[in-house]
Design a protein around this ligand. Structure first.
Ligand SMILES: [Zn+2]
Length: 209
């Protein structure tokens, strides 16, 4: 992509926005009040706002390789805490996608250097669900299932945080697990039973809110 083209695109975008609303940027400058925190993969093919039809100001976004929620990731935890405690989002979405390179890499026997500790967390998901995954003989289907299970486990990791537990009790913050199907563009809701899972999780991870 020609970087000069990006600045041309930007000028056109500004003109289009102003044509529909002369106060567009004035309103945008007034602050943000998003209701959704979206946690997705960095993959360039998964454009968070575009696939949801969202506009600037609608979604607070965090992206990393394979949409991981890792408790000692200061970046992720800062985003979660700010979104939940300050922006008071009503929903947190963990969105994975089929054909995820991060998930694929975690299924292969390979030393990837600095990526090893990151992908280790996906290997842990595989270990937790080893019996289900090993029973799937078709490699693509097993890969797809690991993408889904990874989304579920990362959603559960959110339920293990004090911020989410507290906001759920106080104002019914909801956590969702979705998958973007790159083959046809469809967004799939994995329909995680948050209340049931939270009950299970609180047996061990109750942070006393
Ligand atoms: Zn990915």
């Amino acid at each position: 992509m020609d970087l000069k083209k990006i600045f041309e695109n930007n000028k056109n975008w500004v003109a289009e926005r102003l044509a529909t609303d002369p106060d567009y940027f004035k309103k945008l400058s007034n602050g943000q009040n998003p209701e959704v925190l979206y946690i997705g993969c960095s993959d360039s093919r998964v454009s968070a706002e575009e696939l949801m039809g969202a506009c600037p100001g609608d979604i607070f976004v965090h992206r990393n390789i394979a949409n991981m929620v890792i408790s000692i990731d200061l970046n992720m935890m800062s985003v979660v805490n700010y979104a939940v405690n300050s922006l008071k989002v009503k929903h947190i979405v963990v969105c994975g996608h089929y054909l995820c390179g991060g998930v694929k890499a975690a299924m292969e026997a390979k030393d990837l250097g600095i990526l090893n500790p990151w992908l280790r967390n996906i290997r842990d998901v595989y270990r937790i669900h080893k019996h289900e995954l090993n029973a799937i003989t078709d490699e693509t289907l097993r890969y797809n299932r690991l993408v889904e299970l990874n989304v579920e486990e990362q959603s559960y990791n959110l339920l293990k945080t004090a911020a989410v537990q507290k906001a759920h009790l106080e104002r019914d913050l909801r956590v969702h697990g979705w998958v973007f199907n790159m083959h046809n563009g469809e967004l799939i809701d994995l329909k995680i039973d948050m209340d049931k899972k939270l009950k299970e999780i609180m047996e061990i991870y109750d942070l006393g809110n």
